[in-house]
Design a protein around this ligand. Structure first.
Ligand SMILES: C[S@@+](CC[C@H](N)C(=O)[O-])C[C@H]1O[C@@H](n2cnc3c(N)ncnc32)[C@H](O)[C@@H]1O
Length: 1017
């Protein structure tokens, strides 16, 4: 009764306000809608909902959005003007895509209530009874159950972030106010820090609680496992913390009630599933979608992606086959002890359980099978999945004691006896695993090095033992200059697995990133693999988008990711004296599902046609190329010569170095000086504030630098964090603005600075005054790059990503200076001069001639083709071509062309103006026609008759003209909102002129290159 009276009072207030407004003649929508808004907002409060006016979502902005305590949207309201035709207005809004789940449209006279896309009520708002009914129907509405599982999980994924956010807020609140919770939490986080990760932060532990809360019901209901939270050794511990949380802060059942519709749909779907494999798919889908929705960042660092069944099948079958063929054993044998070190949802173990002879299964299940997982949700699902699989085979339910909630890589760390891994039970499990002589390691380790970013604060954690093992083995046996790729998580898992086998015979079977088969940084790892294993099989499934830019997107990758992947089966059998490497590939051009189909057809490694690999002296496995002829050429440069260790370096150049890698291009580069200076000044200030804040922090504050810095104001990088730690300030100095060659034929201003550029390179030695009219630098594709080889000359600072991501530029200057600009000297060695003069018996050869010879030679298509594989691994070697002068002359001409491109006479292109549109030279985004003969500059102008040979002059994956089109466009950096505009107010025709100039550069380059003497056949 009380409730009704209050509603009556609210309705009274509504009518009173309308009357008052009418007396003021205020009858337009803007004025009268306020009355209805107050009525709705007040009524909402009684239902613990909130009205948010004008909330934009997905391109629409209803007048009111109503949310419940979970933060879920429960209804909308839209007001219209009394003079409008209400039905016509409703039609317009529907056409715009207004949500029709529960929405009131009204114009103070009539209100229409639409629920679940159907008009359910149309009332006269002046009738009090009808208005009360309308409000009851609106606030009493519960969305109908979702009719399909797919829809439910999709919608669940979409809503998870908002639900999780709300839960987190409750938890944060409890940290401040709930004593009981604080105590339970303190002991729990302490446990996590000892057992999981010493650096684990409150945020990550809060995440665990949220994951637990959101999935516990699914587990209880769907898997008909009401005892789960009590029985599972970790869940039970978390329940204690949650109990403390819910004791005063909130009622979890009420809170989760609004999730009923998802849960019920998912539960209904689960009930209809009878097939075992469907259940698996079901679990995997919920798991993957949950994480995609919940935290992409977490999904990235942990490699949350489940392994498609055909891959799991193929790998498990291969292990069974190798056990039998090489060792005469089966999966059920007593000394076959198996570990999945990163089990995710437990798919490998489930698959193995189905293959183990039933007579052996109980023993293997209780004594010989092990799996580790570090994330809570997959760990829960793995337990359910594996225990269910065992039940299916045996008819008995038995907890899987082999499953550990632990960081596998941490297990390699030396530990004192009595160390606790979260709970007593979990510790027992871990200890038993550690005591077991593991002989098979199988799984899908995370691989994420390329997704890591200093600015996201989700770098990989440091593991002392494993990392030092990698340094002592894979890194120390490597000759590569850049070894950062060895930091990838999958490398750590390989290192862990090899060490875990130790001296025993055994098998490692991983699906992983397969950069190790071909990239430079992994030469030491390849060397070790070759000697560690007697048989090493690698089935390349390809899928590296950078290798094949035509395969844009991820349709060709078995995981739908961008990295190349492959299956490794590595066998160690000490009795066998020979060591063999075997390689095979699933055609790169097959699409994802066709690749998986191919695995199904093959069944296991036994049916694969393998090719033996003989590594070369550099431990290259694939694409070995013509090494001996390549080696006869002169070394262009070497680390030793650069370090000045050698008294008389035997290389062509003495000093060399990578281009500038700023790690914050959008801030420190610009087409125009002024905005650049303004931005950098601001950055200097923001950064200096951080330095001060860091200096002033309390002594006791042990927050890591990654957690300390403010990510909202500055784009951080590893060296900037280092400078901050050292207390180095940055102060703006306009003299540090340098013109730079940012991309081919696309110059920008750069704020060149030791602190604000992540890797400023050696350019202070190449262009000490930041401008030079005398020095020249040849930039080459760095070995290890994923793009085709190129060479480009410059007279300014050069950017490391000169030809884009996935490639680096190594720079070779003609002159070098002391850092203060004095002591200019030639960088081509006297040794090289002697070599050339002696070889060609020509005393007149000078160092500039050699410089130009190198530039000409590196353009020779025969050279590039013949040594393509070598150039992927090493810096070029410079052979003596038969005709020195021809190459030197061509090189000089090319250099002039590439340096002076801005002063060339533009190539005459067809000038096509659009009738009726005033002529403009302004460029937003130019577009090349499909046949590449015409370029749409803007709406008013098209340039035609572009000769087809223009696109033959390529640098990396683009032609010179395509680089210009790519660079000279207006755009906005999504993260920072910083705009970049290449148009020049003082020279509005610059870009259009540049297009003609680059066409000329391209055509003349192609002509010169074609005219080079035949060589390198
Ligand atoms: C690519 S997934 C494996 C997927 C799994 N095979 C499946 O099909 O569900 C990698 C899993 O390893 C876990 N993981 C990552 N680092 C780990 C570590 N250091 N120790 C244990 N598990 C880890 C992740 O949480 C993730 O569930």
């Amino acid at each position: 009764m009380a409730k009704q009276t209050t509603l009556n009072a609210l309705i009274d207030a509504y009518y009173n306000t309308l009357d008052e407004l009418a007396q003021q003649y205020a009858t337009h929508e803007g004025a009268v809608s306020v009355a209805f808004q107050s009525l709705l907002a007040d009524t909402a409060r009684r239902h613990h909902w909130t009205l948010i006016p004008q909330l934009s979502a997905q391109g629409i902005r209803p007048d009111g959005t109503l949310k419940d305590p979970m933060g879920l949207v429960r209804g909308h309201w839209e007001a219209k003007d009394t003079d409008d035709n209400l039905d016509a207005e409703i039609g317009k809004k529907i056409a715009k895509g207004y949500p029709l789940g529960n929405i009131i449209f009204e114009d103070t006279r009539i209100a229409v209530l639409i629920q679940n896309k159907t008009e359910v009520m149309r009332i006269d708002l002046r009738d009090r009874q009808q208005l009360a009914r309308l409000l009851d129907a609106f606030f009493g509405y519960v969305e109908p159950q979702i009719d399909s599982f797919e829809k439910a999980v999709d919608e669940f994924k979409e809503r998870v972030p908002e639900i999780a956010k709300h839960l987190k807020e409750k938890i944060v609140d409890a940290h401040a106010t709930n004593k009981k919770f604080k105590a339970a939490y303190a002991s729990f986080i302490a446990m996590c820090r000892t057992a999981l990760n010493p650096g684990i932060q409150q945020d990550a532990v809060d995440d665990m609680l949220v994951q637990h809360l959101l999935t516990e019901r699914l587990i209880r209901e769907i898997f008909d496992n009401p005892e789960f939270t009590r029985r599972n050794v970790i869940a039970a511990e978390i329940e204690k913390v949650i109990d403390a949380l819910t004791s005063t802060s909130f009622d979890r059942h009420v809170f989760l009630k609004s999730l009923d519709r998802f849960y019920v749909a998912i539960e209904n779907a689960a009930r209809t599933i009878t097939e075992w494999s469907d259940k698996q798919h079901f679990l995997n889908t919920v798991y993957e979608r949950f994480f995609q929705g919940y935290s992409v960042k977490l999904a990235d660092t942990m490699g949350i992606v489940y392994t498609p069944q055909p891959i799991v099948d193929f790998m498990c079958a291969s292990v069974a086959e190798v056990l039998e063929k090489e060792f005469g054993k089966s999966l059920g044998d007593k000394d076959v002890n198996i570990l999945d070190p990163c089990t995710g949802t437990g798919n490998f173990i489930v698959n193995l359980i189905r293959r183990i002879p039933k007579k052996d299964l109980k023993r293997v299940y209780t004594e010989q099978l092990f799996a580790n997982e570090i994330m809570l949700l997959p760990y829960y699902i793995a337990a359910l999945n594996i225990e269910h699989a065992y039940f299916e085979q045996t008819g008995e339910y038995e907890a899987f004691e082999g499953l550990c909630f632990v960081d596998t890589l941490d297990l390699a760390e030396p530990r004192q006896n009595g160390f606790s891994f979260m709970t007593e039970k979990n510790t027992e499990r871990v200890e038993r695993q550690k005591r077991t002589p593991i002989t098979v390691i199988i799984g899908n380790p995370p691989y994420n090095a390329h997704q890591l970013n200093e600015n996201e604060n989700n770098r990989n954690r440091v593991y002392k033992e494993i990392d030092s093992r990698i340094r002592a083995t894979y890194a120390s046996a490597s000759r590569a200059t850049l070894k950062a790729a060895l930091g990838d998580a999958y490398v750590k898992f390989f290192r862990f697995a090899v060490d875990r086998l130790g001296e025993r015979d055994g098998i490692i079977c991983f699906i992983s990133n397969n950069s190790f088969t071909e990239q430079n940084a992994f030469d030491g790892m390849r060397k070790h693999f070759h000697s560690d294993f007697t048989r090493f099989y690698h089935l390349d499934l390809h899928g590296n988008v950078r290798h094949n830019p035509n395969h844009s997107g991820t349709a060709y990758n078995v995981f739908g990711i961008q990295l190349g992947v492959g299956i490794t089966v590595a066998v160690k059998r000490r009795k066998q004296k020979s060591h063999r490497l075997m390689y095979a590939e699933v055609p790169e051009a097959l699409r994802r599902y066709d690749k998986l189909r191919r695995l199904v057809d093959l069944g296991s490694i036994g049916k694969v046609e393998w090719t033996g690999i003989s590594p070369d002296a550099n431990n290259s496995w694939l694409n070995i190329g013509d090494t001996s002829e390549f080696q006869r050429g002169l070394e262009i440069a070497s680390k030793e010569a650069k370090a000045g260790i050698l008294p008389r370096p035997q290389t062509l150049f003495e000093l060399f170095g990578p281009g500038v890698n700023s790690s914050r291009d959008e801030v420190v580069y610009d087409f125009h000086k002024e905005p650049l200076c303004a931005r950098v000044e601001k950055l200097c200030e923001a950064y200096s504030v951080e330095v001060d804040r860091f200096k002033r922090r309390k002594r006791r504050d042990t927050t890591s630098i990654d957690d300390f810095v403010d990510y909202s104001k500055i784009k951080w990088s590893s060296t900037l964090k280092l400078h901050l730690k050292r207390g180095t300030y940055a102060s703006f100095d306009a003299n540090q603005v340098a013109l730079s060659l940012y991309r081919p034929f696309a110059q920008r201003f750069l704020y060149h600075d030791e602190v604000l550029n992540d890797r400023p390179g050696l350019f202070h030695r190449f262009f000490p005054a930041r401008v030079s009219d005398e020095n020249r630098v040849i930039a080459l594709t760095n070995p290890g790059s994923e793009k085709p080889f190129m060479a480009l000359i410059g007279q300014h600072v050069i950017d490391y990503h000169l030809v884009g991501g996935g490639a680096g530029a190594m720079c070779f200057p003609f002159y070098v200076y002391n850092a203060d600009g004095t002591n200019r000297r030639e960088n081509i060695t006297d040794w090289a001069l002697d070599q050339f003069r002696t070889h060609y018996k020509d005393k007149k050869i000078g160092k500039w001639d050699i410089f130009h010879y190198v530039y000409g030679l590196l353009h020779h298509p025969g050279y590039r083709e013949k040594f393509a594989d070598n150039l992927k691994r090493e810096l070029p070697r410079i052979p003596f071509a038969p005709d020195f002068r021809a190459f030197a002359r061509a090189g000089e001409k090319l250099a002039k062309l590439h340096l002076d491109y801005e002063t060339l006479e533009p190539w005459k292109l067809a000038w096509i103006e659009t009738p009726g549109v005033p002529l403009s030279y302004r460029v937003e985004k130019m577009k090349l026609s499909k046949d590449k003969t015409a370029l749409v500059v803007n709406r008013s102008l098209t340039l035609g008759d572009i000769p087809p040979e223009t696109s033959e002059y390529r640098l990396g994956n683009r032609s010179a003209l395509e680089w210009v089109i790519d660079q000279y466009q207006v755009n906005e950096d999504k993260r920072s909102g910083i705009k970049s505009d290449p148009n020049r107010e003082d020279d509005e025709q610059y870009i259009v002129r540049l297009v003609g100039q680059i066409v000329r550069v391209s055509l003349e380059t192609v002509k010169i290159v074609k005219g080079l003497p035949a060589a390198f056949a």
